[in-house]
Design a protein around this ligand. Structure first.
Ligand SMILES: CSC[C@@H](O)[C@@H](O)C(=O)COP(=O)(O)O
Length: 355
């Protein structure tokens, strides 16, 4: 069974507290949008798709449990809650994009003359609940396209297995299930074409060591953990088929924001002539961000850099800079893997109006 970051039944939401992994598996109840906001902001739940789904499902739970006197109250309620949710973390576009689409759906239903409060609530709940299955379906399709693309690049290699380097956590814990970059790895494994995975520790928050390594062990995928500082030597000395990473926001020009350290991986991949792929479902493509430089990069508090699991590793008094993401320019990207296919940044720019 794959790991489950989100457990939902109408009116009930629980999230796996990822701050406690890999040592403790503890689910926490989310009853209100405020609970959802705090879980996202404190990174109990993280990963662009998972953030969006938990934010919207926290809204679903509060909406389900609340009484309204008029449909217009529901419209105001949804608008206010979405506006609040999007302030939890700025870089991943999934939360604001999905939140805005839920509000738009609500507005459309009201404008179309839906006067029945219970029916309006139920249609909104259906729509938000669908996010879970949609995300899994998209990831499975993305994984298949991504695996196919990598294997086509190895066509001359006689059914050899692939060796993939990945960064941060993009698996079941970061999504509703299956994963984005890790979904591509799963699809390669299903085809018996996966030789080995290297995952970076992903300092400072160690999503690679704490979460990806945990998922890889859980899934019995042959894998090796490396420190971020070992990537150049890895690329020089081991034969890598590709680097595959996730994304938190893809700008219209194909620049992508992802976990801090991704940019240096892309630069190193270019130097070593290794294909560099970004696995990015359409939910993280941003229609209003034209250029990577326009992406707001979240800065996390200093203690997340100066401590590991609550243990100090740096002196008091030292200044810290802790950007949580960086932007990889599209010219460093071989392909953007989506549920609709794999696109070069140029093709991506031409096809930005994907369904
Ligand atoms: C599955 S998606 C890709 C990204 O969301 C992931 O690699 C990442 O950067 C997550 O960052 P995080 O700060 O842990 O939410």
């Amino acid at each position: 069974m794959t790991l489950e970051a989100i457990k939902y039944r109408r009116g009930e939401l629980e999230i796996l507290n990822q701050l406690l992994l890999p040592h403790h598996t503890i689910y926490e109840e989310i009853i209100t949008v405020k609970d959802g906001w705090e879980a996202i902001n404190q990174m109990k739940v993280r990963g662009a798709p998972a953030i969006a789904i938990v934010g919207c499902l926290s809204l679903a739970v509060e909406l389900h449990n609340k009484d309204f006197k008029h449909v217009s109250e529901i419209g105001i309620f949804v608008q206010d809650k979405v506006a609040y949710l999007v302030t939890a973390r700025p870089t991943a576009v999934n939360l604001s994009k999905t939140g805005v689409s839920i509000f738009q759906y609500c507005k459309d239903l009201i404008t179309a003359g839906n006067e029945n409060i219970e029916s309006l609530k139920s249609q909104l709940l259906d729509r938000m609940e669908k996010l879970l299955q949609d995300d899994i379906n998209d990831n499975i399709r993305l994984g298949e396209h991504g695996a196919e693309c990598i294997l086509q690049g190895m066509a001359g290699e006689n059914n050899a297995g692939c060796t993939i380097l990945t960064h941060c956590n993009t698996g079941s814990l970061a999504t509703a299930g299956y994963g984005t970059a890790l979904g591509v790895i799963r699809s390669l494994k299903k085809r018996n074409r996966l030789e080995h995975v290297y995952c970076t520790e992903t300092r400072p928050y160690n999503q690679g060591a704490r979460l990806t390594a945990y998922e890889l062990v859980h899934e019995k995928i042959p894998a090796t953990l490396i420190a971020d500082s070992m990537v150049a030597l890895l690329m020089k000395t081991k034969k890598l088929s590709a680097v595959v990473v996730g994304a938190d926001r893809v700008a219209k020009n194909g620049d992508t924001a992802n976990k801090i350290g991704t940019y240096q991986l892309a630069l190193l991949a270019k130097h070593h002539n290794i294909p560099f792929y970004v696995a990015a479902p359409v939910t993280c493509h941003c229609d209003v961000t034209y250029h990577g430089d326009d992406i707001v990069i979240e800065e996390r508090p200093p203690h997340e850099l100066k401590q590991i699991a609550g243990v100090k590793i740096a002196p008091d008094g030292i200044d810290c800079w802790n950007p949580s993401f960086d932007v990889t320019e599209h010219k460093l990207i071989t392909g953007i893997m989506t549920e609709n296919g794999v696109f070069t940044p140029k093709e991506f720019q031409d096809q930005i109006h994907l369904p």
